[in-house]
Design a protein around this ligand. Structure first.
Ligand code: SF4
Length: 436
C-alpha cells in the first residue's frame, strides 16, 4: 500500500517537476509539497519498501577496497565486513556525532555514488540551482607574523615572494569595493587582514574595521571577516557591529597542522571558533587540500568540522594554489576529482552548511565546476582576485551560470529557508542555528 502511494507521489513529483522546467517559478510549491510527502512516506515505509538494488548498494559500499586507513582498520575488525553503513540509513540527518571512521567511509565511497548521495542531501536543504556569489577583499595585506606555509603574506618569506606589507585600507575604499561587488551580483562581502589577530593592532585600526563591518552590512549584504585569532570580547564587538560570519579555517587535520603552521596551535583555531559561536556570529570554517597531506588528513579535517558542537554555517573548500617563494611552491595541483570528493563528503556530513568552492577554481574547467555543484557546492568567490591569488573572470562565471542553468542566490537571511526545510522534512535537528 505504502509502495503504491510512493509510486503515485513519485509520478506526481515527475509531472510537477516537468511543469516547473517548462514554466520556471510555476509549481515550485506543489513540487516541494510532493517531495516532502514522498520523503515522509519513504521514512514511514523504512527499509521494507526500499528496493533490493538499494539495499545491495549499502553492502557494495562497505565492501569496496579503500585507501583510507581508518576505514580499513574498522573493516579488518568486522566479522562479515558487509554491514550497511549507518550513515547510508541516516543520510541527510544533521549530526555532530560523526566518527572519523564513518567520515572515512563516506569519503571512500565510489565517486559517482558519493556525488549522487551528496546531491540527494543537497536537495533536502538547498535549492540545487542557487549559487551564492561572494567577494573577498584583502583590507590589509602582507607583513603577517604567522608562518602558514602556503601563504604569500607571511613576513617570514616576504622577500622570496616579493610581497610588501601594506597598511589597513581606508574606510571609503573598502565601501567602494563593496558597492562594486554588490553591483556585480555578490551578496556576501568578506574582508581579510593579514594579522595574527586584532590584539596585534591599535584601537584606531580596530575601530575602523568595526566601522567597515557596520557600513557594509548597511548596504544589504552578508558581511564576513577573517582577521586571525579573536578573543570573546572582540567577537562580541564584531557581533554588535553586525557581522554575519567570521572565517577561520582549520586548514587540515589536527595531526598535520604543525606541518603547515608552527606559530599557533590547532587548539587556538578551535578556541577562536568557539568565541565566534558564543558571540552568536555565523562560523565560516573549512580547509585547503593539496598541502602535501594524506587522504586521512582530508578525512580528519572534515571530521573535525562535522563534529563541532554546531556545524559551521559556511565551509570553504580550497584547492592549493602554490605560490612561488612560499615553502609550498612545489606542491602539485590536486586533481579536480579529489576536490569533488572533498566537497561531496562535506555536503553529506554537514548537510545544512553553505559549501563554498573557494581558491583554486581558476584551473577548473566548466565541467569540473559543474561536478562540484553536483557534489553540493553552492557558492563561489567572484571577482578576478582572491586574497592573494587570481580568480575566475566575472564574464566567464556569467557564462557558467547560463550554461549550467544556475541562479544567483539573492540576499536574504538564510533563516527562512532553514525553517522551511525543517518543516518539509520533519527532521530532528540536534543543533541550534547561528545563521544570521
Ligand atoms: S594565512 Fe593568514 S595568518 Fe597565515 S600567514 Fe597568511 S595572512 Fe597570516
Amino acid at each position: 500500500m505504502v509502495g503504491l502511494l510512493l509510486s503515485l507521489i513519485t509520478l506526481s513529483v515527475s509531472v510537477v517537476s516537468a511543469a516547473c522546467t517548462a514554466a520556471p517559478g510555476v509549481g515550485t510549491v506543489a513540487l516541494e509539497a510532493a517531495m516532502a510527502a514522498r520523503l515522509l512516506l519513504g521514512r514511514l515505509a523504512g527499509v521494507a519498501s526500499r528496493p533490493e538494488w538499494h539495499r545491495q548498494c549499502g553492502r557494495a559500499l562497505a565492501a569496496q577496497p579503500c585507501a583510507v586507513p581508518e576505514v580499513e582498520d574498522r573493516r579488518a575488525g568486522r566479522d562479515n565486513g558487509h554491514a550497511r553503513p549507518r550513515w547510508v540509513d541516516a543520510l541527510g540527518d544533521v549530526r555532530s556525532d560523526w566518527t572519523r571512521e564513518e567520515v572515512g567511509e563516506v569519503f571512500a565511497s565510489p565517486l559517482l555514488e558519493l556525488v549522487f548521495k551528496a546531491q540527494t542531501v543537497h536537495r533536502m536543504y538547498h535549492d540545487p540551482r542557487m549559487v551564492q556569489r561572494c567577494t573577498l577583499l584583502n583590507i590589509k595585506s602582507g607583513g603577517c607574523p604567522e608562518d602558514c606555509k602556503y601563504c604569500s603574506q607571511s613576513s617570514k618569506w616576504s622577500k622570496d615572494v616579493d610581497m610588501k606589507a601594506e597598511k589597513l585600507m581606508d574606510l571609503d575604499s573598502v565601501l567602494e569595493a563593496a558597492q562594486r561587488a554588490k553591483a556585480a551580483g555578490s551578496t556576501r562581502f568578506c574582508m581579510g587582514a593579514a594579522w595574527r589577530g586584532p590584539s596585534q593592532v591599535g584601537p584606531r585600526q580596530w575601530e575602523r574595521v568595526l566601522k567597515m563591518v557596520k557600513e557594509v552590512k548597511a548596504m544589504g549584504m552578508e558581511v564576513c571577516t577573517t582577521l586571525g585569532m579573536v578573543t570573546p570580547e572582540q567577537a562580541r564587538q564584531l557581533k554588535e557591529a553586525g557581522l554575519t560570519a567570521y572565517n577561520h579555517n582549520l586548514d587540515t587535520s589536527p595531526e598535520y597542522y604543525s606541518k603547515i603552521t608552527t606559530t599557533r596551535k590547532y587548539e587556538d583555531r578551535l578556541n577562536t571558533l568557539e568565541a565566534v559561536r558564543e558571540a552568536g556570529i555565523g562560523m565560516c570554517a573549512g580547509g585547503i587540500i593539496g598541502l602535501g597531506e594524506g587522504i586521512h588528513d582530508r578525512v580528519g579535517l572534515l571530521h573535525q568540522l562535522a563534529s563541532l558542537p554546531v556545524h559551521p554555517d559556511s565551509v570553504p573548500i580550497n584547492r592549493l594554489v602554490a605560490i612561488k617563494g612560499t615553502p609550498m611552491q612545489d606542491e602539485k595541483l590536486v586533481d579536480s576529482l579529489d576536490l569533488v570528493r572533498c566537497i561531496a563528503t562535506a555536503r553529506i556530513v554537514m548537510p545544512r552548511s553553505m559549501v563554498r568552492l573557494a581558491a583554486g577554481r581558476l584551473k577548473l574547467s566548466l565541467a569540473d565546476q559543474g561536478m562540484c555543484f553536483m557534489a553540493g557546492a553552492n557558492s563561489i568567490f567572484s571577482g578576478d582576485q582572491l586574497l592573494t591569488t587570481p580568480n575566475n573572470d566575472k564574464s566567464e562565471d556569467d557564462v557558467m551560470f547560463q550554461v549550467l542553468g544556475l541562479m544567483e542566490k539573492p540576499y536574504n537571511p538564510p533563516k527562512d529557508a532553514l525553517h522551511r526545510d525543517v518543516r518539509m522534512h520533519g527532521k530532528q535537528h540536534h543543533q541550534a542555528s547561528t545563521v544570521q
